[in-house]
Design a protein around this ligand. Sequence first.
Ligand code: KG4
Length: 338
Amino acid sequence: MSTIILGIESSCDDTSASIIKNSTILSNVVAGQSVHEDYGGVVPELASRAHQQNIIPVVHKALKDAGVKADEVDAVAFTRGPGLMGSLLVGASFAKGFALARRIPLIEVDHLQAHVLAHFIQEPDSLKAVPSFPFLCLLVSGGNSQIILVKSHLEMEIIGQTIDDAAGEAFDKCAKVMGLPYPGGPLVDKYAQEGNADAFQFSKPRIADYNYSFSGLKTSFLYFLRDQMKVDLDFIQNNTADLCASLQRTIVEILMEKLMKASKETGIREVALAGGVSANSGLRSALAAMVEKRGWKTYIPKLSYTTDNAAMIAITGYYKFLKGEFAGQDAVPYARGK
Ligand code: KG4
């Protein structure tokens, strides 16, 4: 029997809808929001309003692209949190209305769990290898840095996380100090390709267990630039590539050290990346190197499934559907992690 799930994602500034048939993706439509460009970050009020404008056309397109009629959908899954409350409310309200009108089950999805399950999305024309349980997933995005022990599709344990900034925030905040536009992460990655990663040394945190901290790095980067600019006003312009390469190396080392520790101590060598920062070339090659060095089996998701997308919400919805884990009409979005 095949199951068709409509997934809805609206946690931040992307309105997305996806149709999945069992674990095979049939469509994934994402509408970004250019309205925030002038503000250097996402403005929650504007995001919520843009979601309201986008949601119906995006769902229509997802159904059309998939060649699926609304009455063929078996269940609707939506992001319940974490995210911006005003944004989450738009997706949640739409999903509730759709489920009620079509008399189909409603499924609530945790955005972070969905990032992990993005690894199980299959394309229609090819079957790809998926991680086997248990595996470790390094979830690194603009809002989170976590090491998750994944025991089954729906059983996950966060064994380490940041105590302050996320890895993506470290990239973005340091990029901002260098005068790069938001979000600076991809630009740091780009300039780092041309630079010497050992040109500068920045301090690394000493944090217990599998936890992370990035706020000290941001401060040490800021003070370093301030001191250098006392001598050379154009220090940043003259050293952009080396600064980006050294910064990227430091962030990747911080991430990898804890991931290696977790792998060693749990004995798990199936390791996956998830979240926006998994696009980073330095992190990707550091992970790839572990295949040779420590016999890891690694999994890096397709780029379009690392950023916010509804395909990952739909696949999570599918696994919850199989378990009969449905939500009531009273499911209220949550802004912060559960
Ligand atoms: O998962 P995501 O799309 O959403 C949020 O959590 O908001 O992650 C976005 C984050 C941003 O901080 C962005 O700078 C970072 O991912 N990012 C990167 C790269 N591509 C995106 N950071 C470093 N290198 C990249 N190539």
